[in-house]
Design a protein around this ligand. Structure first.
Ligand SMILES: *Cc1c(COP(=O)(O)O)cnc(C)c1O
Length: 383
């Protein structure tokens, strides 16, 4: 059935059927750790909730349908999902990653996995050729984030996936910023899609949860083995919240994109703004790639106010009345953040500034409020 439905129906029905026990329309929250067996080894497909849980299965099937994948896997957080991917590798293996990426991902790669012998190269992937000097027989994974956080750089997934194939390296895409509504990396040739479903997928800033989606049977088996062995799984309540959020993903994303475009254009024309980063501008370095691989340009943008500097950024952030100063993104409410001291504080200043994350940079997650209220709030804060 799923295959025939369009995206805006899959968010509601993808991988889900009315519950077998009582016909519940929403997948019930199976708050149980274990399942009765009639004789040792005979059960109804569920033994222990670290391994499987019916609410989690519904979410795993939902993300698989949205990412046009054969398999979905759910985790306790986006970082637990990435951690599971990185455990596929062995000492001596090499990974090439985008240089401008979520601070927590950078921390996991460098502070946790480097000490187990993985070698990580951080590369600006705006130009596909940039990764070529780093590809060798030890390259096992290319990790892409696009649009990147917080500089909104866009990476050509299709071109890099092709390069990965010719070098026998897996290509994984952190699809958190775009969500499957805007971009479907497996369709573009990637092997693994990762989500911090904490953000747009769950969409209401009320849970921490992560997802993976893959097509390959063996890869799925390896990831499911690590998922069950390490146990970084979400509870059924969190799976339920993500499932409920996903049902309105297409509606929310449409508004996030409309509001994002209106705010980006307004800031671009504002006399007290130095720079705005948003992939929808025709002068964005990879605007054509964004147009090719994304359905629209999303609700995330960053800007530097005139003069830059940490004091100036702080002044604006403190004056916001509708935008909430907080970490995270992708919820219905608009958030503002200061990457240099918040999400990207774990990246050394020099490395951070090289990729554009200067002290004055402010990142916005544009919510689905009335856009006029958002623009008025920005104007009074910047004034
Ligand atoms: C938030 C985020 C993560 C981490 O996800 P958690 O659910 O917080 O563990 C990874 N990548 C990106 C792009 C993010 O925004």
């Amino acid at each position: 059935m799923d295959k025939k439905l369009r995206f805006n129906s899959l968010t509601i029905h993808g991988g889900q059927e009315p519950d077998k026990a009582f016909g519940a329309v929403m997948p019930p929250i199976y708050q149980t750790s274990t399942y009765a067996q009639s004789t040792p080894g005979r059960h109804q497909g569920y033994e222990y909730s670290r391994t499987h849980n019916p609410t989690r299965t519904a979410l795993e099937c939902s993300i698989a349908s949205l990412e046009k994948a054969k398999y979905g896997l759910a985790f306790a957080s986006g970082m637990a999902a990435m951690d599971t991917v990185l455990k596929l590798f062995q000492p001596g293996d090499e990974i090439i990653s985008t240089d401008d990426l979520y601070g927590g991902s950078y921390r996991l790669l460098t502070k946790v996995f480097e000490k187990y012998g993985l070698k990580i190269h951080f590369v600006n992937m705006e130009k596909v050729e940039n990764i070529k000097p780093f590809l060798n027989i030890k390259t096992r994974l290319i990790w892409i984030e696009t649009p990147t956080n917080p500089m909104m750089k866009v990476v050509d997934i299709h071109a890099i996936a092709a390069l990965g194939k010719t070098h026998n390296a897996l290509v994984a895409v952190d699809n958190t910023f775009a969500s499957p509504y805007l971009q479907q990396p497996l369709d573009l040739g990637a092997d693994i899609v990762m989500h911090s479903a904490t953000k747009y997928l769950a969409g209401h800033s009320d849970t921490i949860i992560g997802l993976l989606a893959v097509n390959d049977d063996v890869l799925h088996e390896q990831l499911a083995f690590i998922q069950n062995s390490g146990g970084g799984v979400p509870g059924p309540m969190d799976c339920f919240l993500a499932l409920r959020g996903i049902k309105t993903l297409h509606l929310r994303m449409q508004r996030h994109c409309e509001n994002g475009a209106a705010v980006a254009t307004h800031l671009q024309d504002h006399s007290k703004i130095e720079k705005v980063y948003w992939p929808g501008f025709v002068y964005h370095p990879n605007h054509e790639v964004a147009k090719k691989q994304m359905k629209a340009f999303g609700g995330m943008l960053s800007f530097v106010p005139q003069g830059g500097g940490i004091a100036n950024a702080k002044k604006i952030l403190e004056k916001f009345q509708i935008f909430t100063l907080a970490e995270s993104l992708g919820g219905v409410e608009s958030l503002a953040g200061h990457p240099a001291s918040m999400t990207h504080a774990s990246i050394p200043k020099e490395t951070r500034e090289k990729s554009g994350v200067v002290d004055g940079l402010i990142r916005l997650s544009i919510g689905i409020e009335d856009v006029q209220d958002l623009i008025e709030d920005l104007d009074q804060a910047i004034a």
